[in-house]
Write a protein that binds this ligand. Structure first.
Ligand code: DGY
Length: 320
């Protein structure tokens, strides 16, 4: 078994008691060749969202019988290529739902109430004796009573909607496959963008959702709205978003994910004070990362024992 990084929690050590476990020990992920060489020697591969698992890699690993990603999103894995080779791909839904929803809400609140700008203001010494308190200092947007638009009503989108209800927000939602969610008025995507004061993105990145919030969609957002993205960067056109934020048409954004990670130092987003940026930490609590590792190892163990993975992203492998 090859794991492309050390994992939080005891799961990898427990597995090492049962089978040979080769763990990539560097802080940086293995490059394509190292990934293929080490995976080629393994029956099972535990990977992260930073590892590209494509058809070329799988072709170099004829022995591989299972891939298990320590993530719910599997846009870094070529599922069709894995399915063609009858390799089940595990992922970790469920255990990170509430933790990711917490971060989405934290970003929403921080962007709405200019929390990070306020922190910079204090630390930067601008809150000096000659600027005690001003009636128009760092005015933000009210969250209570506002309308939240949830793009993608899967588990995380629903968890964000529950938090919004506690804040007295009205919640509208859109999903590719329409779903009835208590407390969420189901609307078309265009209506959501036009009505919502806050838009939070919770769809998986697939060929259909890549660029879902493109320049046109961003132009249809309500003036003064705030965009939150804790899903995947590729869903939002960052250039169009940065332009809308710079012009003041959108009031702010809270972004945990980016089209390219780490975020390029030339990104226009970095220059915008009304954007709160975090480094893809949606699921980053100690407890949740340990649960993700445990689930990923369970997926792998099940597959290598000839059983169905508890959470398989390409269940077609189990069809005859
Ligand atoms: C995932 O699991 O897909 C997140 O992006 C990282 O936890």
């Amino acid at each position: 078994m090859f794991a492309t990084r050390r994992l939080p929690g005891p799961a990898l050590d427990e597995l090492a008691a049962e089978c040979d476990v080769d763990v990539w020990s560097d802080r940086m992920p293995p490059g394509a060749d190292a990934l293929a060489d080490r995976s080629a020697a393994a029956d099972g591969l535990v990977c992260l969202l930073t590892d590209r698992i494509d058809g070329a890699l799988l072709a170099r690993c004829p022995r591989l019988r299972a891939v298990s990603s320590v993530s719910v999103g599997v846009d870094h894995v070529d599922l069709a290529a894995a399915t063609a080779r009858r390799i089940p791909v595990g992922h970790t839904p469920g255990v990170l739902t509430e933790t990711t929803a917490d971060l989405a809400f934290a970003l929403l609140l921080a962007a709405a109430r200019r929390v990070v700008e306020g922190d910079r203001f204090v630390r930067g010494g601008e809150w000096a004796p000659e600027r005690v308190w001003e009636p128009d200092m760092l005015l933000g947007r009210d969250v209570h009573g506002a309308t939240l638009g949830v793009v993608g009503l899967g588990a995380i989108g629903q968890a964000v909607a529950r938090r919004a209800a506690g804040f007295g927000m009205r919640v509208v939602g859109w999903s590719k496959t329409p779903r009835a969610v208590p407390g969420v008025a189901s609307v078309a995507l265009g209506a959501l963008l036009a009505e919502a004061d806050f838009v939070s993105v919770h769809v998986a990145l697939t060929p259909e959702t890549r660029g879902l919030l493109d320049a046109d969609a961003i132009a249809r957002m309500k003036p003064g709205a705030v965009l939150v993205n804790t899903a995947r960067g590729g869903i939002v056109d960052e250039t169009a978003l940065a332009a809308a934020l710079a012009s003041g048409r959108l009031a702010g954004a809270g972004l945990d994910v980016f089209a390219r990670e780490p975020l390029d130092s030339a990104s226009p987003l970095l220059a915008l004070p009304n954007v709160v940026l975090t480094p893809h930490i949606g699921s980053a609590s100690e407890a949740t990362r340990a649960k993700m590792a445990t689930l990923a190892i369970r997926n792998l163990q099940a597959a290598l024992a000839g059983h169905r993975m508890p959470h398989c992203a390409n269940p077609a492998v189990y069809e005859r």
